[in-house]
Design a protein around this ligand. Structure first.
Ligand code: CDP
Length: 229
C-alpha cells in the first residue's frame, strides 16, 4: 500500500455522466492519499464564466480573452474539493442544470479544451493523481498508469442523479433527468475534438449493478496489483 502511495501513479477514469466516476475517484483518492481532480468541474467553471460575461460561444475573440484571463483554482481537501472561479467559490453553482448543459457545449470548442488540457497536465505532472472526465485516458494522459472507463445503463444513471437532486431538495422528474443525460451523452460522444470514448487500453467497468464499495474495491484491487509492464 505504502509502495503504491510512493509510486505516485496517474489514474484516469473516464465515462458518461452518473456512471460512478467521481464517487469512485473521490473514495479511491482518499484511500491512496492521492489528489482527486474532477475535470468536468473545470469545463463547468468555463461555462459559468461565459454566462456571467454574456459571451456568445460563437464569439471566438471574446472567448480567447476570457480564457486568457480566467482563473480556475481547485482547493483539495479530503472532505471534497472546492472550485474557485476568479476568486469566488462556485462549487455549488456549477452543478445547476443550466451550467450542466452549457458545459457540454463549451467543451466542444478547441481553444477551451486546449487551455483546460494544459491546466490538467500541469496539475497531474508529478503523479499521485486520480483524474476523471471524458478524455483523460485518450488525450490528457494517454500514458496514464491505469485507465478505467465507467459505464452504467441509462435508468440507473438517471436514478442516481434523481436521488442526488432529491437530497439537495431539488424536485426534478426522473424523465427529465434521463432526457438530459441522453442528450449530453450524444453531444459528448459525437463532438469532433476529444469525444467521449473508451481508450483502447482502458479497463471497462459497468457499475449498473455495483455498490459504491464494489466499485472502489474493484479499481483498488487492480491498482494494488501494480503495473505489469
Ligand atoms: O458530473 P457529470 O459526469 O455529469 O459531468 P461532468 O464530469 O461534470 O462534465 C460536464 C461536461 O463537461 C461533460 O458533459 C462534458 O461535455 C465536459 N467534459 C469534457 O468534455 N471533458 C472532460 N474531461 C470533462 C468534462
Amino acid at each position: 500500500m505504502w509502495d503504491i502511495m510512493k509510486k505516485k501513479y496517474v489514474i484516469a477514469i473516464d465515462g458518461p455522466g452518473a456512471s460512478g466516476k467521481s464517487t469512485t475517484a473521490k473514495a479511491l483518492a482518499r484511500k491512496l492519499k492521492y489528489i482527486y481532480i474532477d475535470t468536468g468541474a473545470m469545463y463547468r467553471a468555463c461555462a459559468l464564466c461565459s454566462l456571467e460575461n454574456s459571451i456568445n460561444l460563437k464569439d471566438i475573440p471574446k472567448l480567447i480573452t476570457m480564457l486568457e484571463n480566467i482563473d480556475i483554482k481547485i482547493l483539495y481537501s479530503e472532505k471534497g474539493n472546492k472550485i474557485f472561479l476568479n476568486g469566488n467559490d462556485v462549487s455549488q453553482r456549477i452543478r445547476e442544470a443550466d451550467i450542466t448543459k452549457l458545459s457540454s457545449e463549451i467543451a466542444k470548442i478547441d481553444i477551451v479544451r486546449k487551455k483546460m488540457v494544459l491546466l490538467q497536465r500541469e496539475i497531474g505532472k508529478n503523479g499521485g493523481v486520480i483524474m476523471d472526465g471524458r478524455d483523460i485516458g485518450t488525450v490528457v494522459f494517454p500514458n496514464a498508469d491505469f485507465k478505467f472507463f465507467m459505464i452504467a445503463n441509462e435508468k440507473t444513471r438517471a436514478l442516481r442523479r434523481w436521488k442526488e437532486a432529491a437530497k439537495k431538495g431539488e424536485n426534478l422528474s426522473l424523465k427529465d433527468i434521463e432526457k438530459e443525460l441522453i442528450w449530453r451523452d450524444a453531444n459528448d460522444t459525437s463532438r469532433k475534438i476529444s469525444p467521449l470514448k473508451q481508450a483502447e487500453d482502458a479497463i471497462p467497468v459497468d457499475t449498473s449493478n455495483m455498490t459504491i464499495d464494489d466499485q472502489v474495491e474493484f479499481l483498488f484491487k487492480i491498482i494494488m496489483r501494480g503495473k505489469s509492464a
